[in-house]
Design a protein around this ligand. Structure first.
Ligand code: SF4
Length: 304
């Protein structure tokens, strides 16, 4: 297929298949604990955009072993990425972060550390820690930009501006840390042009990876209230796939595409219900990519 997949990148980098283990550092988020707000981003479920990790009371080593045991039938002699996904995983004193991240990085079967966080939660001491750990094993930092459109950022209550995002990207890149940016496709009121502007902006920053995520409406979120009031509609599968391919064609060829759709918790999903059948969606994406002759970077400048 005509895009740079995460699987290909992992094989090229580590010479073998590598799997993510979702770990729980037990942190919250400034948009939830009252610092910036208490209701979170408008689309974020109570699980903090990551509902699959083990309880935080277990040590990181215990969590790694538990997560490995869950996939033991499928994976023999695996290599793993320690993935801190839910909430804001740098929202804690640096001493605590050093303890949990170091435990993960020095585990013999862990080949990389992946930390999902916000750009406004990366103070100098945390950047220094991540930079140091990056000398031991590759460190990836995932940042949830979602959109560059100011009205959309205000609607979703993202809580930081583009200058803050750009400062964080520059500081991480300066330390050789890989940056992966989350983008949501299908935010209320966004046109195809708006979404392509976001993708092109991220492409210009020369980040290492992108996660393209379909907008999900999950139970218990404020987004669900707006959806129930019929203030917006979600994308059809066909609309999403066309948009997704357009976005890939506007991203530089060397940007790794970490995600092509979403995998929100099914028990919370309200819309779009077609997204629950991930296998069917991925097959449809593959087929449409072939039909369209999808080429990542088709619409980027020649330097890519
Ligand atoms: S920053 Fe992340 S964890 Fe915090 S409310 Fe937004 S999506 Fe949820």
């Amino acid at each position: 297929m005509g895009y740079y997949s995460l699987n290909r990148y992992l094989k090229e980098t580590f010479g073998t298949k590598v799997y993510k283990l979702a770990l729980n550092g037990g942190m919250t988020c400034p948009s939830r604990d009252g610092t910036l707000g208490s209701r979170g981003c408008i689309f974020c479920s109570a699980g903090g955009s990551g509902d699959f990790a083990a309880p935080a009371r277990n040590s990181i080593t215990e969590q790694i072993e538990q997560a490995k045991a869950k996939v033991a039938d499928k994976i023999k002699d695996g290599r793993y990425i320690a993935y801190f996904q839910a909430y804001t995983n740098t929202y804690a004193p640096v001493e605590y972060l050093e303890k949990i991240f170091t435990e993960a990085v020095y585990h013999k079967e862990i080949v990389a550390l992946s930390v999902a966080t916000r750009p406004d939660c990366l103070p100098e001491d945390v950047l220094e820690l991540l930079g140091r750990l990056n000398q031991v094993k590759p460190v990836w930092v995932e940042l949830g930009l979602q959109t560059v459109k100011a009205e959309s950022a205000a609607y979703i209550r993202r809580g930081y501006d583009l200058e803050c995002f750009e400062r964080a990207v520059a500081a991480l890149k300066e330390r050789g840390i890989s940056v992966i940016v989350h983008i949501i496709l299908g935010l209320p009121g966004e046109t195809k042009d708006d979404m392509l502007k976001t993708v092109e902006y991220v492409g210009r920053l020369h980040v290492q990876g992108v996660k393209l995520q379909l907008l999900h409406v999950l139970k218990g979120t404020d987004l669900a209230e707006d959806y129930n009031l019929r203030l917006f509609r979600t994308l059809t599968m066909e609309e999403y796939i066309e948009l997704l391919i357009d976005c890939i064609e506007h991203l530089p060829r060397d940007v790794v595409i970490h995600r092509l759709t979403g995998d929100g918790p099914k028990r919370l999903l309200i819309a779009p219900m077609w997204s629950a059948d991930k296998k069917k969606v991925l097959n449809a994406i593959k087929q449409r990519m072939e039909e369209r002759g999808c080429v990542q970077g088709r619409y980027c400048s020649p330097i890519h």
